[in-house]
Design a protein around this ligand. Structure first.
Ligand code: FES
Ligand code: FES
Length: 163
């Protein structure tokens, strides 16, 4: 079947079977930031934004995403919040080879956009199942807290510039 959608801000039509997973099709389209891990919706390595919400692409059948907007990490790098997250991760000493970056970054994005000042409990709940073999739980938590601070600092500068 033909499936029209917006992929990384470009309108396209993809050929796929309704039961093909979004993960499979994105990798076919050479968007290799999307990694195949557990294929059970748990590890986060295949995470993308679907209409602005982070989802595991291994659990999304192509048959349900007609006319949706998909953003992968390749394109998300243009978002100012990506800069906040990488600033925070750098401050915490998190180095990323790319294998579990999508899960970590899009989970951080979900936290930053859902909670203005996330509690430790909210962060821990969001990251508890991530396959984050390169980063321990405490360091990832710190990275997200630094990212929250970076976002607030950027937003403060923008507000001051408008005054
Ligand atoms: S491969 Fe999709 S969540 Fe693990
Ligand atoms: S980004 Fe390389 S293992 Fe986590």
């Amino acid at each position: 079947m033909k499936i029209p959608l917006t992929l990384n801000d470009k309108k396209i039509v993809l050929s796929a079977e309704p039961t093909d997973t979004l993960l499979y099709i994105l990798r076919r389209e050479q968007l290799y930031s999307v990694k195949c891990g557990c294929e059970k919706g748990i590890c986060g390595n295949c995470t993308v934004l679907l209409d602005g919400t982070s989802v595991p692409s291994c659990k999304i059948p192509m048959g349900i995403i007609r006319d949706s907007s998909i953003v992968t990490l390749e394109h998300f790098k243009n978002n100012p919040i990506y800069q906040d997250i990488t600033t925070g991760f750098n401050q915490a000493g998190i180095h990323m080879c790319g294998y579990c970056s999508s899960g970590k970054i899009f989970t951080a994005y979900s936290i930053l956009t859902k909670y203005h000042r996330p509690t430790l409990e909210q962060i821990h709940t969001a990251i508890k199942n991530l396959d984050s073999c390169c980063t321990d739980f405490t360091t990832l938590t710190n990275g997200i807290l630094y990212a929250v601070a970076a976002m607030h600092a950027r937003e403060g500068k923008r507000t001051n510039a408008k005054k």
